[in-house]
Design a protein around this ligand. Sequence first.
Ligand SMILES: Nc1ncnc2c1ncn2[C@@H]1O[C@H](COP(=O)(O)OP(=O)(O)O)[C@@H](O)[C@H]1O
Ligand SMILES: [Mg+2]
Length: 324
Amino acid sequence: MTSLDLSQESLQELASRWIFRQPGQRIKVYRDTTDFFRIEYGDIVVLNGNPFLIRHNAKEGRFGLDDQEKFWVKRAIDLRSGMTKVLKFVFLESFQSRIGEIVYDCFRSPEKEARILELVSRCPNFMHGYSVRDDHGNIVRVLDLIYGISLADHIQDTAVGMDHETYFYQYFPVVLSNYIRCARAIRLLHEHGERHGDIRRDHIIIDRENGEYRWIDYDYDFHNEKAVFRYDLYGLGNVLMFIVGMGDIVYHDLKRANHPALDRIVEDDLNIVFNNRIANIKKVYPYIPDNLNRVLLHFSKGAGTFYDHATQLIDDLREVAPAP
Ligand SMILES: Nc1ncnc2c1ncn2[C@@H]1O[C@H](COP(=O)(O)OP(=O)(O)O)[C@@H](O)[C@H]1O
Ligand SMILES: [Mg+2]
């Protein structure tokens, strides 16, 4: 790669397609991203000789109020190619999470996200990108922006004005076959000793170019010696429940609506991670086939056995849907 002229004049010229600048106004240039809070819209970050023009911070959430601004995840334009990227800076945090009887130590690992980016570069069900060290040794991830909406938003949009039975017969089969592809992508990670770490319905983006469901956000990791992949599997279970139910089936909503299923629902039917959601969805929607409901019951409070490997979940789903 030829090296670019990174003088102030040259950077201003390169950026002029995207930003308007008063004459004489200088662009702030960073080569160390440790203090990412200071890096703002219109600044430039130089990584390995490549200038990136910083745009907005990423947000998570949807309807404005609960959006969390993520100062460490920024949209940026790669000034060499003109492509929009997502830059993810090093932000370390750790916490504990408890599911059932098991406690998991969770933490962010930029190294892990960097390794996974290399591992999945040819798998269509993941976001793609690379990592690069800034001048201070921070591992910055340079991600290709996926254009599309999250699975969470897709299901919520589909649900507007639609009854569950119509959804289940007309839309769910396609969603399920895409979900199985995503579960197989997670199995690929596990086969290589890696974990996703933050499996959620808003961490799947449906690529609007080809309809492919693609995982994002791989920097969380978790430790539990006895249940190495289980945390990911709980995540897969929660996403499955969400797509089967056309949204979460929340106990209190059923109560408020005085739903006839209430008499049948017992403690064991609740989701093992989120105790206010129903896992035994067949009790609410009786047309759900047994073989699918049996999969959901693995993620209920009453579950006797649990999945330890993604393969077990995928095999059970193969009975429900032909291999995608
Ligand atoms: N490759 C990507 N393509 C499109 N949007 C992305 C991509 N990576 C991240 N985002 C957006 O930025 C948000 C925050 O990024 P994420 O990696 O989830 O950060 P965090 O680890 O802090 O949750 C995501 O929820 C998503 O909306
Ligand atoms: Mg996230």
